[in-house]
Design a protein around this ligand. Structure first.
Ligand SMILES: CC(C)(COP(=O)(O)OP(=O)(O)OC[C@H]1O[C@@H](n2cnc3c(N)ncnc32)[C@H](O)[C@@H]1OP(=O)(O)O)[C@@H](O)C(=O)NCCC(=O)NCCS
Length: 199
């Protein structure tokens, strides 16, 4: 993941939105969600149907709503929960070779279950800010999590690759999925080691 908000205003389109213009708050039932449109029916419906409340109530995933402070408008959301990634998914990833001496079935991770930006705000750094924000949240918990994981749709793989996420080794189970499992090594994040003094 490169630095957050590193781009200047583009000549085409709207200028980037700085992180300081966002307000991020834990999900609460609100009518704001009805106008949200990220051009993906499942991601829109997750917010508007009772799925999001059920995930909260059952402790399956916590959702955060992201507002543009100046307009008070909901422009993005994300859902996170804990996860593990089996080591077989990292078989071909060089960075993880040193772990081969440790008896380990899976790597502790945090999963970005959903991440969506309203289509009227695409290309203005919101997705970038939110990935950095989630990485920061995880690194500040004081609980070990080495990876961010997610299931990327074919249309979002390119975005995550730009952000430093990698595709996992294509296992048999992986070949049966429509989406691709991707991961980001938090040890490679520029803020790693700065969040909490652990050394
Ligand atoms: C994918 C998504 C989260 C990106 O959010 P965003 O706020 O538009 O992203 P940013 O503005 O931070 O973009 C960062 C960079 O990624 C690029 N990018 C954005 N979406 C991309 C995509 N789908 N494929 C390839 N590159 C993409 C941007 O052009 C930008 O590149 P640049 O820095 O060279 O200009 C957003 O488009 C979205 O919500 N899409 C619909 C829902 C979805 O697919 N969610 C992911 C499901 S797993």
């Amino acid at each position: 993941m490169g630095p957050s908000g590193s781009r200047g205003p583009s000549e085409e389109g709207e200028p980037p939105i700085p992180f300081s213009s966002l307000r991020i708050e834990p999900f609460r039932p609100t009518r704001d969600v009805e106008s949200f449109d990220c051009d993906d029916r499942d991601l829109n419906e997750f917010l508007t149907k009772d799925q999001v409340s059920r995930y909260e109530a059952e402790g399956l995933g916590y959702t955060y709503l992201v507002y543009l402070q100046s307009e008070g408008r909901l422009i993005a959301y994300f859902t996170v929960c804990t996860d593990t990634l089996r080591v077989e998914y990292l078989r071909t990833v060089k960075t993880f070779k040193p772990l081969s001496g440790i008896q380990l079935e899976s790597i502790p991770s945090v999963k970005i279950g959903r991440l969506a930006v309203d289509k009227r705000y695409w290309g203005r750094d919101i997705g970038t800010h939110l990935l950095h924000y989630i990485a920061g949240m995880v690194m500040e918990t004081g609980i070990a999590a080495r990876l961010l994981t997610l299931q990327a749709t074919s249309r979002s793989v390119g975005f995550y690759q730009r952000m430093g996420f990698e595709l996992t080794t294509e296992t048999r189970r992986e070949r049966r999925r429509d989406n691709r499992t991707m991961f980001f090594d938090l040890w490679s994040h520029p803020e790693h080691g700065h969040a909490l003094p652990r050394e």
